[in-house]
Design a protein around this ligand. Structure first.
Ligand SMILES: *[C@@H]1O[C@H](CO)[C@@H](O)[C@H](O)[C@H]1NC(C)=O
Ligand SMILES: *[C@@H]1O[C@H](CO)[C@@H](O)[C@H](O)[C@H]1NC(C)=O
Ligand SMILES: *[C@@H]1O[C@H](CO)[C@@H](O)[C@H](O)[C@H]1NC(C)=O
Ligand SMILES: *[C@@H]1O[C@H](CO)[C@@H](O)[C@H](O)[C@H]1NC(C)=O
Ligand SMILES: *[C@@H]1O[C@H](CO)[C@@H](O)[C@H](O)[C@H]1NC(C)=O
Ligand SMILES: *[C@@H]1O[C@H](CO)[C@@H](O)[C@H](O)[C@H]1NC(C)=O
Ligand SMILES: *[C@@H]1O[C@H](CO)[C@@H](O)[C@H](O)[C@H]1NC(C)=O
Ligand SMILES: *[C@@H]1O[C@H](CO)[C@@H](O)[C@H](O)[C@H]1NC(C)=O
Length: 398
């Protein structure tokens, strides 16, 4: 069923950003500039103002499942009076954008923010068109024109956890291509390590500067985002923390000295790489060599799927029983190595629409960045500590 959009919304917004009126450059998934995901910025967190006056709160998350777990989303409220808008809370981006009534029919399948019904909405005058890549990497043949959003900047009050935060920067969707109609959520709330938007505003008011995810498989349900704290009832044992590199610049990422497959590694997998931690993407991205090396250690029959550059597949009948435990090594703040492991059960992402006898496998080849997403976070409680620029993990039992 689902394939290309697995590598979805979040990272790929950064793949090609073009401001209307700017010279047209052909968007390419191979020219990701991480800087572009930070443009434009909202208010940022000011460490000196931390007062610890506010209490943590939970946002329940719903799993968008389409043959496989794809995205986890929850409500944020916009405007006066507040309108509940479902968004993906995405550690891989930094801005708030969602469908609005300015869009009309092209957004007709999603909950729209009614701009006319909000007394505090202020429309901006800057329009941006974003194109999203669809996975890409092996062969730069992409279909970005099928995944296009037009956004208008503005400001409005954002309400979350009972806190009303006026004047937040928002981007309303004016137009989108039909591929987005399938999404049960209306947009994304970026949760970058810079602590922007509503989160930065809450931190300035004294909320502890961290947030934590319990991301779960569909059958388990009860996924949640805890803003301003850690829900200790959701995991056993201790959290292991790792520090972001000094040059992370707002990106949740960690250096990794090696990857192992079923307990084995080799010189290609033991190359140091920086891995982005992206709750808004479900698949895993590695460069082509790493991807093909990992697959060769799982089954010689996992092959590139020609119709979708960067994607790989195997006849579905060959999947049962394949061992595909993928562990990514990191170093804790105490200097000890630790691993985060994606179990074999995540290998199968479901049949390709264009050939349902072939099942897509978890890793997409992408030569610009390495990234892990929902398929890893499903197995760990994760703490994104903006104030201390560190990330913590503990097995969540799933
Ligand atoms: C969001 O709020 C709406 C309206 O209150 C509610 O029906 C819906 O279930 C909520 N969605 C989520 C993901 O919490
Ligand atoms: C948006 O709000 C305005 C003002 O309350 C109302 O007249 C209009 O019907 C609403 N539009 C939609 C699509 O709900
Ligand atoms: C929209 O963006 C333009 C250009 O950056 C800026 O001048 C304007 O203040 C913004 N408007 C709002 C409402 O944020
Ligand atoms: C856009 O809005 C900003 C803020 O209101 C204003 O300073 C700027 O002149 C406007 N730009 C255009 C092109 O209208
Ligand atoms: C919306 O985008 C579609 C292409 O996806 C385009 O054909 C249409 O003209 C756009 N509509 C507006 C109002 O810009
Ligand atoms: C509209 O949303 C429904 C329910 O989420 C979904 O089943 C349907 O496929 C969507 N329509 C389109 C055109 O994507
Ligand atoms: C991929 O591997 C080949 C042969 O092992 C090597 O020549 C090439 O430089 C590698 N490419 C990258 C991007 O590491
Ligand atoms: C689907 O994939 C299988 C396995 O690679 C192949 O044998 C078959 O010809 C493909 N079918 C179509 C319709 O492309």
């Amino acid at each position: 069923m689902w394939s290309a959009l697995l590598v979805s919304f979040t990272l790929l917004a950064a793949a090609a950003v073009r401001v209307e009126g700017a010279p047209e450059a052909a968007p390419s998934a191979n020219t990701i500039t991480l800087a572009s995901r930070k443009v434009p910025r909202g208010s940022s967190y000011v460490p000196g103002l931390r007062k610890r006056a506010l209490r943590p709160f939970n946002v329940p998350l719903i799993d968008f499942f389409l043959g496989t777990d794809l995205q986890w989303y929850g409500n944020i409220s916009i405007g006066t009076p507040p309108q509940a808008i479902p968004v993906v809370f995405d550690t891989g981006s930094s801005t708030l954008e969602f469908v609005s009534t300015q869009c009309g029919a092209p957004c007709g399948n999603q909950t729209a923010f009614n701009v006319s019904a909000s007394s505090t909405y202020v429309a901006g005058n800057s329009t941006v068109t974003l194109q999203f890549a669809t996975g890409g990497g092996v062969d730069p043949v992409l279909f970005p024109e099928e995944y296009q959003l037009t956004l208008l900047n503005g400001t409005d009050t954002v309400t979350i956890g009972g806190h009303s935060l006026p004047g937040q920067q928002i981007f309303t969707i004016l137009n989108q291509t039909e591929k987005f109609l399938l999404d049960p959520y209306s947009g994304i709330q970026g949760m970058s390590a810079t602590g922007e938007g509503f989160f930065g505003a809450l931190a300035e008011r004294g909320l502890p500067s961290l947030f934590s995810f319990l991301i779960t498989p569909k059958a388990a349900g009860n996924a949640e985002l805890t803003i301003g704290g850690i829900d200790k009832s959701k995991f056993k044992g201790e959290l292991t923390y790792a520090k972001l590199p000094n040059d992370a610049d707002g990106t949740w990422e960690l250096p990794s000295p090696k990857v192992t497959v079923n307990g084995k590694t080799n010189p290609i997998l033991a190359q140091e790489r920086v891995v982005i931690l992206d709750t808004g993407t479900s698949n895993v991205l590695f460069d082509t060599n790493t991807t093909e090396t990992i697959y060769s250690m799982i089954s010689p029959n996992i092959k590139p799927f020609a119709a979708e550059p960067g994607a790989y597949g195997i006849p579905c009948s060959e999947l049962p029983g394949l061992d595909a435990t993928i562990s990514i090594s990191f170093t804790s703040i105490e200097g000890k190595p630790f691993e985060l492991t994606i179990p074999s059960s995540e290998l199968n992402v479901g049949p390709f629409a264009s050939n349902t006898s072939v099942c897509q496998t978890l890793i997409n080849a992408f030569d610009t960045v390495a990234l892990v997403g929902g398929s890893l976070f499903k197995h760990y409680y994760s703490v994104f500590d903006v104030g201390n620029q560190q990330v913590g993990f503990a097995p969540n039992g799933f």
